[in-house]
Write a new protein. Structure first.
Length: 149
């Protein structure tokens, strides 16, 4: 299974010079737990980092720093760990495990942002495949019983 079959295509991005407060408002308004930090190059969104709700809590809220003083670029995780549309899902999972992250921005052929692979996406895809396998096993049992009658 390839990443392009599983990833979310509608990715919310943000520029590194935006305030943390604005980033938090954007997350809340759009109901997302992360923003891919991008720079624009030749009209493409090029990922340079990622900002999660956890980054904001641990790096800004907990130490009591003013969210209007820091920018996304000050707090974002970098370098950003990515995968490509054509990567194998299990290779991406290995990368997630080795780096201790739950989200990978997905890059197209020109290095542009074209999706986001999250642990939730993987669980959803795998559960669908497990359901299909379960249905196949049940169908096999029904077929065998019908043949033996």
């Amino acid at each position: 299974m390839h990443i392009d079959e599983v990833c979310t295509r509608d990715v919310v991005d943000i520029a590194p010079d935006i305030s943390i407060r604005e980033a938090a408002h954007r997350m809340r308004r759009l109901h997302v737990g992360c923003l891919v930090v991008v720079e624009r190059a030749s009209g493409e969104r090029i990922p340079v980092g990622i900002l999660t709700d956890r980054d904001i809590v641990v790096s800004v809220v907990s130490p009591g720093i003013d969210a209007d003083v820091l920018t996304v670029g000050d707090v974002m995780s970098q370098p950003v760990v990515t995968c490509t549309e054509n990567d194998d899902l299990f290779d991406a999972l290995k990368r997630m495990r080795e780096t201790g992250i739950r989200r990978l921005p997905v890059l197209g052929t020109a290095g542009e942002l074209c999706g986001l692979l999250s642990a939730d996406d993987v669980v959803s895809a795998l559960s669908w495949h497990l359901r299909e396998l379960s249905r196949a096993l049940t169908s096999e049992q029904v077929r065998e019983m019908a043949q033996r009658v």
